[in-house]
Unconditional design. Structure first.
Length: 174
């Protein structure tokens, strides 16, 4: 497959379904808009702790359901797996497809890891917003929070979410 060819959402769905049937694939992968497999390393305990805490806080503050690592179909970036996805409970029934892909959840969160490149993160954020996601929260390596919407980067969440994250989760080893 050529990297220049952007696959249609239908083609990405089919490819995602085919990949799900393969036993030899790693547990953590995404698909670019070109159908290329992107394999991610196993997350650290710190990363998983942050994701679980953010999901808990979203559900506590907003109700609905928040899950860690749900696959989301975007036209501009392929099938991506944000660290946390939140939607009202009734929307989970509507947007879940046979391929186990979500389309345009209300809010997603990306918790950055040292290996994330700025251009990669910006591409994902823009793809999420272009696909109809209303807000993308990016948690930086030092605990900084960026709230992105179609109107640009905001100082606070459009959903009124206030995330409280322990400073010690962001300390780097000496």
């Amino acid at each position: 497959m050529h990297a220049e060819t952007t696959l249609s959402p239908a083609a990405l769905r089919r490819l995602w379904l085919q990949l799900a049937e393969q036993q030899d694939l790693p547990d953590r992968y995404e698909l670019t808009e070109h159908g290329e497999l992107v394999v991610s390393p196993k997350p650290t305990n710190r990363h998983q702790l942050l994701c679980a805490e953010v999901a808990f806080q979203l559900r506590t503050q907003l109700g609905g359901l928040a899950v860690v690592e749900a696959a989301v179909l975007t036209a501009a970036a392929g099938v991506r797996v944000p660290d946390v996805v939140w939607m009202p409970s009734e929307r989970w029934k509507v947007v879940t497809t046979a391929e186990d892909l979500l389309e345009a959840p209300d809010l997603v969160v990306e918790v950055l890891s040292p290996g994330n490149r700025k251009t990669e993160v910006e591409h994902k954020v823009q793809a999420y917003l272009a696909s109809g996601i209303r807000e993308v929260i990016v948690i930086g390596l030092l605990g900084e929070l960026d709230f992105h919407s179609c109107d640009g980067c905001r100082a606070a969440s459009a959903f009124g979410v206030t995330l409280t994250l322990a400073p010690e989760w962001f300390r780097r080893p000496a």
